[in-house]
Design a protein around this ligand. Structure first.
Ligand code: MN
Length: 710
């Protein structure tokens, strides 16, 4: 029942110069052995299937590697055969092609598919094929499976396979110009999906053709003699359209099956391209043309390489008919697409082989001078190299730009998924969120309701959607935290001045601050762009004087005006608290006098002072006034865990301790921690120490220390 490789070798010899019969026989026997004992649903030995697939490809005149691949295409998936073995036995090309076909076979789309899903799936198959021959073997494989579909017992499974064939594989065959396979795939799927409709079209066709039985040959003969009168050699045939293509036309163009033009296409074969145009002219001179039917696919081939002249005429016996004019070579390409191109390219019978734009696109060629071998080297498909296609666990396909990561995928599924994602499993394995996705990966995003986007994701995501969502979120988060901080500071300021604070009252003042919402006032204060005293002063103009002074201080936060006792007659000099050590009331201090700059106050022991050890004349005795109401800045180096609410908690603790955050300067941020300099207004060194102690006890605070301990 299985036989030998001989019929295949025989047929290959008819179109291929050098057939390695021993190698083909070896592949045949290898496949037969590998599938030994396995059965098809039809009850036949399994190996009949690879042989049938090989024969389909032989009919398309494919090269030896493709035929061997067809014979072995199921051995890795269904038998114990490894790619290494295939590599050793049949070489790298065959191993790679079988690997490609195996990968395509493992892809399974889930619930079938919206048209966008189907398009993505087709793109995925093409992107994964890499070598156009992988796709051709796969299409031949599907064609034979459709031929034997009736043996599949479950109707749902038959239906699913037919749907997939119609939506995915037939359009793919069309894409690469395999019209014969396309027509067969469509029609066999149509039979399963809409058998009643197909049957009624067939019945109608039978009726029309029996009526037209004499008409079709008569028209053919008359067309032929009309063209030959102009001295053009030609042959004309009438060809019934397939039930599916008729049905599709009936749907798209609302045509009925009344006209001969709707069910038959007449095909005129002439020797050369010039003859195509001459034959066309001859037809147009002898018959009235039907408007809108003329198409020149010779000068502008279809994307899949198809070339022909199409026209519609009111032909012999006043029948409206459709005519396609082409050369034998164009005809081969119309039937077998890329494969035929191969054949013509390989045989090099034609010194001026046609340029197929689509095929050029497909295989990244063509140098007109290149030989057959080089053509084969360029079977690599470079399609969709800028895209990557991945599955959700449900089998939905998501198309992303190449280089996209798991985070991009999460955002592509839904913004909410992106914002709550905490991890990813790719093909069942836990991986990093920054992992670059590969074609066909199955991606499972792990989410948590408490999770938040991380600012550093922005550095590795590829899609604009993810980027802008992350940016939007981190901005919103910053605003939220500034709002909390600002509110705390305003409340504290009001408390200190014994004034009640109600945010309702603030609403009247919004325009004065140039904002629309109370929260924006909080945020301005939180960001230190507005003093809480200005807010107080707005609501209680009677304390304006006090507020004014303090507000001025705040506007110049670097130059606090502490109450100091300074020796000598320097009382009028400008005083600056040194920014290297931020001395606090209660600490031993010393002043350094600099001309033009005034007095800078340092902590005793500040390292900066060593610069002035040779100029003792500049040193001044300075001491703190007792019970100063003024506050001074202390700077704390703080490391805070990067969690929602951590900054707010910090602000709350500080305000409970009577401290005031005057500035936050973020120095480092990573997934786990914020590092920043925290400037606090405190009363004195004791005050600061008590705040540090409380901060150290806070669960979010990793570490905190005075920045200027020296
Ligand atoms: Mn198969």
């Amino acid at each position: 029942m299985i036989g030998t490789a001989d019929p295949i070798i025989e047929k290959m010899r008819a179109y291929s110069g050098a057939v390695d019969a021993r190698r083909l026989t070896r592949a045949f026997e290898f496949g037969k052995r590998a599938h030994h004992g396995q059965m098809r649903a039809s009850g036949e030995p399994y190996f009949t299937h690879p042989v049938a697939v090989a024969n389909i490809l032989v009919d398309m005149r494919l090269d030896e590697e493709s035929i061997i691949t067809a014979l072995l295409h199921d051995t890795v998936e269904d038998c114990e055969v490894t790619l290494d073995t295939l590599h050793t036995e049949f070489g790298g090309d065959v191993a790679q092609l079988v690997d490609g076909v195996t990968k395509l076979s493992r892809l399974a789309i889930g619930a079938l598919p919206s048209s966008a899903q189907a398009e993505n799936f087709r793109k995925l198959l093409m992107a994964m094929s890499e070598d156009v021959r992988v796709l051709m073997v796969k299409l031949a494989d599907r064609t034979h499976n459709m031929r034997t579909l009736s043996f599949i017992p479950k109707p749902e499974k038959r239906h699913r396979i037919a749907r997939e064939t119609m939506d995915i594989y037939a359009p793919l065959a069309e894409r690469i110009g395999l019209t014969k396979l396309q027509t067969e795939l469509e029609d066999s799927a149509f039979e399963v999906l809409n058998g009643d409709m197909r049957q009624s079209i067939l019945t109608r066709l039978e009726f029309l053709t029996s009526e037209a039985k004499l008409t079709i040959p008569t028209i053919s003969v008359e067309l032929q003699s009309t063209i030959e009168r102009a001295g053009i050699e030609c042959s004309v045939t009438g060809r019934l359209k397939s039930p599916y293509s008729i049905w599709r036309k009936m749907q798209n163009k609302a045509v009925t099956m009344d006209q001969l033009a709707d069910i038959v296409a007449f095909r005129v074969l002439v020797p050369t391209k010039d003859d195509c145009y001459r034959a066309l002219g001859q037809l147009h001179q002898n018959y009235p043309t039907v408007m809108g039917r003329f198409k020149d696919y010779v000068s502008t081939p279809k994307r899949n390489g198809y070339q022909s002249l199409h026209t519609g005429v009111l032909g012999p016996q006043n029948h409206r008919i459709e005519v396609q004019i082409r050369t034998p070579e164009m005809h081969s390409v119309a039937e077998d697409g890329v494969a035929a191109h191969w054949h013509y390219k390989r045989s090099l019978q034609d010194n001026n082989p046609p340029k197929y734009k689509w095929i050029q696109e497909l295989v990244g060629l063509l140098d007109e001078e290149a030989g057959a071998d080089e053509f084969l080297e360029h079977t690599k498909m470079d399609l969709y190299h800028d895209q990557v296609f991945c599955f959700t666990p449900r089998g939905d396909l998501i198309a992303l730009p190449r280089g996209a990561t798991a985070v991009d995928f999460a955002y592509a599924v839904h913004t909410k998924v992106g914002e709550s994602c905490i991890g990813v499993r790719i093909n069942g394995k836990t991986r990093q969120l920054a992992t670059e996705l590969q074609n066909g990966d199955q991606i499972e995003i792990l989410t948590s309701p408490d999770a938040r986007p991380r600012a550093e994701w922005e550095s590795f995501v590829m899609t604009g959607r993810a980027k802008s969502a992350i940016r939007r979120f981190t901005r919103a988060q910053r605003v939220t935290e500034f709002t909390r901080i600002g509110r705390t500071r305003i409340e504290k300021t009001f408390r200190e001045h014994d004034k009640p604070f109600r945010s309702r009252a603030l609403e009247k003042t919004l325009s004065a601050f140039g904002v629309n919402r109370v929260e924006e006032v909080f945020a301005l204060v939180g960001e230190d762009r507005l003093s809480p005293l200005r807010v107080l002063e707005r609501l209680y103009p009677d304390i304006v004087t006090d507020g004014d002074i303090e507000a001025r201080n705040r506007r110049r936060p670097k130059t606090n005006l502490p109450n100091l006792k300074i020796e000598g007659d320097n009382a009028g000099a400008a005083i600056t608290m040194a920014r290297c050590c931020h001395p606090l009331p209660g600490e031993a201090i010393v002043g350094i006098f600099t001309t033009g700059k005034g007095i800078t106050v340092h902590k005793v022991g500040c390292t900066t002072l060593s610069k002035f050890s040779d100029t003792p004349e500049l040193w001044l005795d300075v001491s703190w006034e007792k019970d100063s109401l003024r506050r001074v800045n202390a700077r704390l180096n703080t490391v805070l865990s990067n969690e929602p609410g951590s900054l707010a908690s910090l602000a709350t603790v500080i305000s409970q301790q009577g401290g005031n955050i005057s500035n936050i300067n973020l120095t480092d941020r990573n997934p786990d921690f914020f590092k920043f300099e925290l400037d606090l207004e405190v009363k004195d060194v004791e005050h600061m120490r008590s705040i540090i102690a409380v901060l150290q006890a806070n669960k979010y605070v990793e570490s905190v220390e005075r920045a200027d301990a020296g």
